[in-house]
Ligand binder design. Sequence first.
Ligand code: GLN
Ligand code: ZN
Length: 742
Amino acid sequence: MKQPTSQAHVIQAHVIGFPRMGRKRELKFALEDFWRGTTDESVLLQTARAVRLAGWQAQHQAGLDWVTVGDFSLYDPMLDMMVRLGALPQRFGAAPGLEGYFGMARGGKDTPALEMTKWFDTNYHYLVPELAAGQRFSANPADLLAQLQEARQAGLQPKPVLIGPLTFLHLSKAQGAAFDKLELLPALLDAYGELLDALRDCPWVELDEPILALDLDERWCAAMRSAYEQLSRQTTSSILLASYYGPLGAHGTWVTKLPVAGLHLDLCRGAADWPAIAQQWPDDRLLSVGVVDGRGVWRCDLPHWATELRAHGSRPGGLWLGSSCPMMHAPMDLDLEERLDPAVRAKLAFAVQKLHELGSLQDALRSGKTPAVSVQPAQAATGRNDVAGLDRRSMPYAQRARLQRQRWPLPVFPTTTIGSFPQTPGIRGARAALRQGRITPGDYRQAMEQEIAQVIRLQEELELDVLVHGEPERNDMVEYFGELLDGMVVTEHGWVQSYGSRCTKPPIVHGPVSRPEPMTVSWITHAQSLTKRPVKGMLTGPVTILKWSFAQEGAAWRQHGMEIALALREEVADLERAGIGFIQIDEPAFREALPLRRKDWDDYLLWAACAFRVAACGAAPATQIHTHMCYSEFNDIMPAIAAMDADVISIECSRSRMELLEAFRAFAYPNEIGPGVYDIHSPRIPTTEEMVALLEKALTLIPRERLWVNPDCGLKTRRTEEVKPALANMVAAARILRERHG
Ligand code: GLN
Ligand code: ZN
């Protein structure tokens, strides 16, 4: 094991990673221009360089000792690791130019893209590496070396960061015949060894192993031990092993014995580790403490950490102050916000402000003074989370279903959609015009009502059974409610990367959440006034609103979830009062919010299903409550889904060829289900025959009285020309089923 070469000061500061989109999302726009073909490679690469440099300069200006290199990516860091390790699936050929690189990310003419999935419990999506049995690797450090050079030329001291070998392997998927991924580890480590060798001029190299926040079986723990023994022996740089997104927990006992030169801990989500690791981790090795939350928007409690860390400031091995995890999950710069309430602003720190927090904490520890900045304590409980008795419908499902059928006689295999219809240029234009003050709110409302009228007419022509209003007024299913609920704010520029060039702008929950007035009723009743067929009210569920917003962690998080549930419950009541008989409460993030460790699952699931029921269960028995989920591995959480007690659930299904339904059978799901039969993520128009085949398969698992016919997800990203024939085929498929099984 190597000791650090530079010991300028034992207390230093760094980040695990910095947002990579640029202050005003320059990278996003450069990527999209390049993909459209309106600019060439050199423009894109120049923008990328400028964005990287600006990030490093921000780190430097805040007083950080190191600038982090390797966290930047043109699309996704896991994809970059595939390139650096020479681990490209065969269908993409060997050496990727920029076109090949984006081909893997987005699909080429005849080559499907790599699969994309959620990164840990965040709303970031990574590209899943595909590894074959006997996979070869070969190190390709070119991009890293070039970026190190850029940083050095700017006079900055770089600390390269790579996703570590075990995390890379763990998150990859085995392609072809089943084999044990760990068999690939020796070859993979050789490639990592070569990468490290190429980085030998760097005093420190950070290897990120966020899988340390997961439950790992003993084989993976043993593999991690031997991997780091080997890598530490080989490299001349010092290895900083970084864990984040949660506590090390039981892994702590062996991780602290690894022969690495430095260890980074997430002291925001992994605070539970702190006392034990502070003791166990040898004094003569570097300890990096992630005290500034890379995933949140809240200011760090600097006085607290200044006191807590004082005793560690003289560790011979050094103490680094850091972000808890990569800051890619935080918005960029609070200074861009011009309209924020000062009382809210006072609680916030975005990525740039977080850098300055690290700088201040470092100053405080070096000088022995306590930082003057204090943070506001998390707000006190409001007492609004007493939900006893609010989380049960007044009748069990079987009785409700009878009343619902009496109220709205629907055919068997009823057809519906998930909520949104295509976001037309008309919708986008009206929204932009309103934002720029070119039209009045009244004009905007009229434009949206026209869109709704078109969507209703289309659905009547198609003869769908339960209609939707199409959600034209919603830019985003969470932001929309964030704007209307008290206790939440929406920022102007608080973008966070979701995948590739796609960003979302999560609202901020800053205080007790409540509903000042109805949020959806006038849109839905307008839609209902245009048709005799039933229109489904459309809400985003409490878990999803909370998960896709920034909110305080811990007890406050659940408290806010219940506040949101109670606000939605009022909305449900208002929709009912307005005569709406079908209400859908979407929960696409229900699975995503599942804790990383299994021991925490039950507690979360009980709470999450309860929050949903609090929102839904005020409904009269004859009101049919729908919910919708997508991108989920349902098998793990079936009992909790059943415990939500929605009358109908629609789920994404068509891509997995109904495999998900097996989960529903194994558990004997008690209520109604609409397994998606139209993959809305593809521009392809499914034929009637293939949808009939899917439904026939579903019928072997779900009784005919409980089967619905619907697409996988909302139609927002599709074009009307695609949606019309696809839905026509879907309705035709339902008719065929009715003839066969009616
Ligand atoms: N009702 C939403 C829509 O149709 C659901 C979106 C989602 O599942 N993410 O757009
Ligand atoms: Zn969906």
